[in-house]
Design a protein around this ligand. Structure first.
Ligand SMILES: O=C(O)CCC(=O)C(=O)O
Ligand SMILES: [Fe+2]
Length: 438
């Protein structure tokens, strides 16, 4: 189906960009405009009137394939490692802080490759060559949590760079203070004051019409909602079907942790399925709480478009209604990136109708790129800060988009303090797999 490859970058190991796009440019004929209309809706839905304040930055897209350490089948020692890995699967529910599996997550930013013609540029793959490194692998597995073997039916094409690793916890441990940042009290107070001042002002939310079918709702998610969403993702993320680091058969890894809700989306085959090839796990169901936020966001966009068009146009014609049944949840560490790509693996009925993608950003700020071509230089850039909701559907459903960088330490303090989110960015993109008939 799709000829693109999502290259999502995570961690310092490798880099990937997308496969060459065999198809032509996006169906949207609108050129990317850097001009943004900023309007404040007079009548804001409840969740709009509390401003959130983030601070962040943006980036450009490339798929950075990390090095994977794929066990080489002909090596008996590696086979042993592989079989140990396969016999383990993530333990369910309430893991606290991920144990050893996350040590290098916040390591140095990766070199950012600019996509020339949209190839996935795999950098060197470091295969474990020495016995020492294998021993290290085994040792680190032994340190990880015991895993339930029920979902270990790894399909033949299963890929994933961390099969058998401890569940990835997007939140920092409460008990071990190792990840806890101790904010000076005066800093926290200052931020709270700023937040209160914002809440009092009327300019809480800004709705930006980026291009036909594309709307950015700044600070749409209230602080408490953000904390709720983070906690929900954290809980699901450490359970069965939770966060993992996807990889390709050829060894490239996505530079992020991913979890799917509703249906699994597999980056290697670029298709949806009921279970994921990585470990055979079924994705968690889509929580109702999330659906509610998505519907509110679309409704707010419609109100905004109506107001903008002075009621002359039907907002649903520009941005169709959507009832999400799938969600891809990505966690980017501060070195994370995602190459320019189109979201086009949903059912044709959904794509043809332009049912929108609704994207929530939480934690650190991302530089988000979008445009009609897979060309970083031509792409428009926006900042996606904690609480922002971006919607692209209708004529913009087929835009190229990606994340070029994550701004370190840009998350609002209350996100890190209240939700204990680990440094990095949580992103949820909601979609509807098939459009209803008629
Ligand atoms: O992280 C983002 O903002 C974009 C994610 C995305 O494009 C995807 O998951 O397909
Ligand atoms: Fe996408």
């Amino acid at each position: 189906r799709h000829k693109y490859r999502v290259s999502r970058e995570f961690g310092p190991e490798t880099e990937r960009s997308f496969e060459p796009q065999k198809e032509g440019p996006s169906s949207s004929s609108h050129s990317v405009s850097s001009k943004k209309l900023q309007m404040v809706t007079p009548v804001l839905p409840k969740s709009l009137d509390s401003p959130v304040q983030p601070r962040k930055s943006l980036d450009s897209p490339l798929m950075m394939a990390e090095q994977v350490h794929p066990p080489k089948s002909q090596d008996p020692l590696v086979q042993t490692v592989a079989s140990i890995q396969i016999s383990q699967s993530p333990e369910s529910s309430s893991a606290s802080c991920g144990s050893g599996a996350v040590g290098s997550l916040d390591s140095p930013l990766q070199p950012w490759k600019s996509l020339d013609s949209s190839l996935m540029m795999a950098e060197q793959v470091q295969q474990p060559k020495s016995q020492d490194s294998l021993v290290q692998m085994v040792a680190s597995m032994q340190l990880s949590k015991p895993l339930d073997s029920s979902s270990a039916s790894t399909g033949s094409g299963a890929v994933g760079s961390d099969l058998g690793a401890a569940p990835f916890d997007i939140c920092m441990g409460n008990s071990k203070g190792i990840f806890k940042l101790n904010r000076p009290l005066h800093e926290i107070k200052r931020e709270e004051k700023r937040l209160r001042a914002r809440e009092l002002s009327n300019s809480a939310a800004q709705l930006q019409h980026l291009r036909p079918g594309m709307v950015l709702l700044k600070s749409f998610l209230k602080p408490d909602d953000q904390v709720e969403i983070i906690k929900l993702c954290r809980e699901l993320g450490v359970g069965t079907g939770g966060f993992y680091q996807p990889a390709y058969r050829d060894g490239g890894k996505l530079s992020l942790r991913m979890m799917c809700l509703g249906k699994n989306w597999d980056p290697d085959s670029r298709s949806y399925g009921d279970t994921r090839p990585y470990d055979g796990a079924q994705p968690p169901q889509m929580p109702q709480e999330l659906t509610k936020f998505v519907e509110e966001a679309i409704k707010a966009s419609h109100d905004f478009l109506k107001q903008r068009g002075k009621g002359a146009t039907d907002p649903a014609a520009e941005l169709p209604l959507m009832s999400p049944d799938i969600c891809i949840v990505n966690f980017y560490t501060t070195g994370g990136k995602l190459g320019l790509h189109k979201d086009k693996d949903e059912d044709k009925s959904s794509l043809d109708k332009g049912l929108p993608v609704v994207s929530f950003s939480l934690g650190d700020t991302a530089e988000f790129l979008y445009g009609d071509d897979r060309d970083v230089d031509k792409a428009s850039k926006i900042k996606l800060e904690s609480g922002d909701v971006l919607i692209f559907g209708g004529q913009s459903r087929h835009i190229f988009h990606g994340v070029s960088s994550i701004a370190p330490k840009s998350a609002p303090l209350w996100v890190t303090d209240k939700a204990n989110l680990r440094p990095g960015r949580l992103n949820l993109t909601f979609r509807q797999h098939s459009a209803p008939r008629g």
